[in-house]
Design a protein around this ligand. Structure first.
Ligand code: HEC
Ligand code: HEC
Length: 315
């Protein structure tokens, strides 16, 4: 067959048509405007926050989708097409320098976001996210409203839970240190309250705890554990002053439980995704020894010393 211009054009069309059908027509026909089960419209303030998010390139460091194999990197919900029906442009993103934000709503209370946007190092000492203080209070307010809307109806439920516990923890804080500690510990499950720290207070363990404290806690609880870190002016209830825990029934298990689970309603985040079990025990031990001045880490029977621990000579 001769390669005439007609054959050339026809051949081109024949190749192009199926591709056009598959990648343009088919998606267009099957595209749905139907929102997913969690979808709701955004409020004007949330929309304003969204445009600030777009203008400031937050999407260069943050994604807004979770796939099956991303499980546990940020949120717990697999994204669906219907989550994005109101998004133009969509903000899926391709870079995860920071965590995925598709379900950020209700992860933290507003005061945590205030401190974090003022300077991310306040709440997360090793963060490389830039400060957004230059945006000013109005824009930061809109940005926070947008953050709290991520996850739509699920976010609303989580935010309502934050608000409920915010009221409870604020009332407890305002009733004085004695009552506050009582309140904090009354929500720790019984078994944890009685559990001593199973690790010895070895120099190595305390060294590890010190390192963890500097990387995760110092911005709120402060260098001397009195709750006066740089995030303090933004947070209410303020970060706990560890020294008030002395002689108030504190145990290794309580410290562990609070660090692992966080205290919803307060800025105290949960660390179960950032720190493995051993690191949580080490951080708890460091806080107990250094700031509270009391530790139950040597409680008897203390078990057979682990192989990696230095040999402790009985006095
Ligand atoms: C240069 C990269 C970068 C940019 C740009 C950036 N972030 Fe981040 N972001 C991070 C990193 C890294 C973290 C994790 C450490 C931390 O909490 O600060 C983070 C954390 C966060 C978190 C906390 C998530 C959580 O629950 O722990 C929020 C919310 C957030 N960023 C929002 C924003 C918003 C809104 C913008 C734009 C105004 C933005 N980020 C721009 C890197 C970035
Ligand atoms: C963003 C601020 C912030 C960060 C970061 C933070 N905390 Fe907290 N922490 C708080 C606040 C706020 C409370 C609760 C104060 C209250 O309700 O009175 C709290 C409470 C606690 C408690 C509860 C004590 C008890 O007796 O129930 C422990 C333990 C604790 N923090 C340890 C840590 C450790 C360890 C780290 C680092 C791994 C850390 N916190 C990081 C703000 C923070």
């Amino acid at each position: 067959m001769r390669m005439t211009p007609v054959v050339l054009v026809l051949g081109g069309v024949l190749v192009f048509a199926p591709v056009f059908f598959m990648f343009v027509l088919l998606p267009w026909i099957t595209m749905s405007e139907q929102g997913s089960d969690i979808f709701r419209q955004r409020t004007p303030l949330e929309e304003e926050g969204r445009s600030i998010y777009v203008n400031n390139g937050c999407t260069y460091c943050h994604t807004q989708f979770i796939r099956n194999f991303d499980w546990d990197i940020g949120s717990e919900r697999i994204a669906q097409a219907g989550d994005y029906v109101a998004d133009s442009p969509h903000l899926l993103g391709t870079e995860r320098t920071g965590p995925d934000l598709s379900e950020e709503g209700g992860e933290h209370p507003n005061d945590w976001h205030q401190a974090h946007f003022a300077n991310p190092r306040f709440t997360r000492p090793e963060s490389l996210m830039p400060s957004w203080d230059f945006l000013g209070p109005e824009k930061i307010k809109a940005l926070i409203a947008y953050k709290q809307s991520l996850g739509f109806k699920l976010a609303d439920e989580r935010t309502a839970r934050q608000n409920y516990w915010k009221a409870e923890s604020t009332a407890a804080f305002e009733s004085g240190p004695e009552k506050n500690v009582e309140w904090l510990h009354s929500h720790v499950p019984e078994g944890w309250r009685k559990l001593p720290n199973p690790y010895l207070t070895s120099a190595a363990g305390l060294g590890r705890g010190h390192r963890i404290y500097q990387s995760f806690c110092i911005g709120c609880h402060g260098p001397v554990g009195d709750g006066m870190g740089p995030a303090q002016p933004y947070l209410y209830p303020p970060p706990l002053n560890f020294t008030i825990l002395k002689d108030r029934g504190i145990s290794g298990g309580i410290l562990y439980y609070q660090i692992m689970n966080g205290i919803t309603g307060t800025a105290m985040p949960y660390f179960k995704k950032d720190l493995q079990s051993e690191k949580i025990w080490d951080a708890g031990n460091y806080v107990a020894v250094t700031f509270i001045g009391q530790t139950d880490a040597h409680a008897e029977p203390r078990g057979i010393d682990a192989a990696y621990e230095p040999v402790v000579k009985e006095k």
